[in-house]
Design a protein. Structure first.
Length: 407
């Protein structure tokens, strides 16, 4: 049975008015379902007329004009796909697969067979990465205008269909405001230097400084929502939302966010709530990801510390022992975190559960490094057993190269 057609509606009144995302996505989507025919393609979620007003300005390096986005209803075609059995995101046993492992159909089929054999019930892929590149074939008009689609973008409909043949759900990871791509074209979506039109960068241009989307921007929020809806319409069963934060880097005191009427924590919380409601309407799940120190309030400059209080049922803290190797975290006493995987995971989890008493926790665990070094089957299993002893069933194993050795 295909998922319901997305409906975006006005949810609630907060701070004396509708939430940021709700004000943008006030239109009701048209229901379109196809049955008994081959999937004919996908259509994009057209932006709503409320938030684009004429030609958008470009950075100095580009002179092309951006045509205003037309006003149309948001419509999508939902493919008929076999269904998997996941009804609770906390029960996901996921394996991250990088983009390069999705390119060869034969090799991918062998990989999915192996993951199913090992007991995984989901794969996690990058849909929008930390650079803002779209890793699947998108028809979202703003993504197309911005040139955001990666050259090796995967056919997401084909991928989700293949994965489900092996009883594997597909979880799409989307970075939210950590995005160096969209704001280069739609400069009104990006953070600026104070009251100027110059894009703020998190480091010097010579050292690879990158721009960020402005969390206060309704257009930026809508863009993220559109991509999430598109992923779900193409068969993804959960959205792993990362990068829900304000910028990190140098010269944070020089950032201008434009006129603001709410606090940073409030705008992020409202955004998460709207995203959660939108996604739940599609019978899919939102999982909010962040670092463990940020969730515990030990990294406050980017306002990531609200993840445990934001209105979302499931959080995915990064509990990889390597994440604690160079960072002090009060309560994690392992002298060498990477060499003590079970102890490190247990201690980090205990700290999180003290604060996340009403949240379901889906920890991100450590797999192999990109060069194949580091963790093997024994270390991976030690982490999983640490979760099991604490009553946690689900997890996402994160191997940079996508390899998960069998015991």
């Amino acid at each position: 049975m295909a998922k319901k057609q997305p409906k975006i509606k006005r949810y609630r009144k907060i701070y004396g008015g509708r939430s940021t995302l709700s004000r943008v996505v006030g239109a009701v989507l048209t229901v379109v379902m196809l049955a008994g025919v081959a999937f004919l393609g996908w259509t994009l979620y057209e932006p709503v007329s409320d938030f684009l007003d004429g030609t958008m300005s470009l950075p100095e390096s580009s002179q092309q004009e951006i045509a205003p986005v037309p006003t149309v209803d948001l419509v999508t075609v939902i493919p008929q796909l076999p269904q998997t059995e996941i009804t609770d995101p906390a029960q996901i046993k996921g394996a991250y697969l990088p983009a390069e492992q999705l390119q060869d159909p034969a090799a991918l089929t062998d990989k999915l067979k192996s993951l199913q054999k090992q007991g995984f019930n989901a794969i996690v892929i990058d849909a929008k990465d930390a650079d803002g590149k779209i890793r699947y074939q998108t028809r979202d008009e703003n993504a197309v205008i911005a040139g955001a689609q990666a050259e090796d973008a995967v056919d997401l409909v084909a991928l989700t269909k293949l994965a489900k043949e092996y009883r594997l759900s597909v979880v799409a990871r989307l970075y939210a405001f950590k995005d160096h791509t969209a704001g280069l074209t739609f400069t009104g979506w990006a953070v600026k230097y104070m009251d100027t039109e110059m894009l703020w960068l998190d480091n010097s241009k010579e050292k690879g400084g990158r721009s960020w989307l402005n969390p206060y921007s309704e257009e930026a929020q809508m863009y993220i929502a559109e991509l999430a809806m598109e992923c779900i319409s193409q068969g993804c069963e959960a959205i792993l939302l990362d990068g829900v934060q304000f910028p990190e880097g140098l010269s944070l005191d020089l950032i201008g966010y434009g006129p603001v009427t709410t606090s940073r924590d409030q705008v992020l919380s409202a955004f998460v709530q709207d995203m959660d409601e939108l996604i739940r309407e599609q019978e899919a799940f939102l999982i909010l990801s962040s670092s463990t120190p940020a969730m515990l309030g030990q990294r406050t400059s980017s306002h990531q510390n609200g993840a445990l209080t934001y209105p979302v049922a499931t959080v995915a803290p990064d509990l990889r022992p390597s994440a604690f190797a160079n960072a002090s975290l009060e309560g994690v006493t392992a002298q060498d975190p990477e060499k003590q995987p079970a102890e490190t995971v247990s201690q980090g989890l205990a700290l999180l559960r003290e604060k996340a008493v009403e949240k379901a926790i889906l920890p991100i665990l450590q797999g192999q490094n990109a060069d194949g070094s580091g963790y093997g089957a024994q270390q991976m299993q030690a982490q999983i057993e640490a979760l099991t002893s604490a009553g946690i069933d689900g997890y996402i194993l994160y191997s940079e190269n996508g390899d998960y050795p069998e015991q």
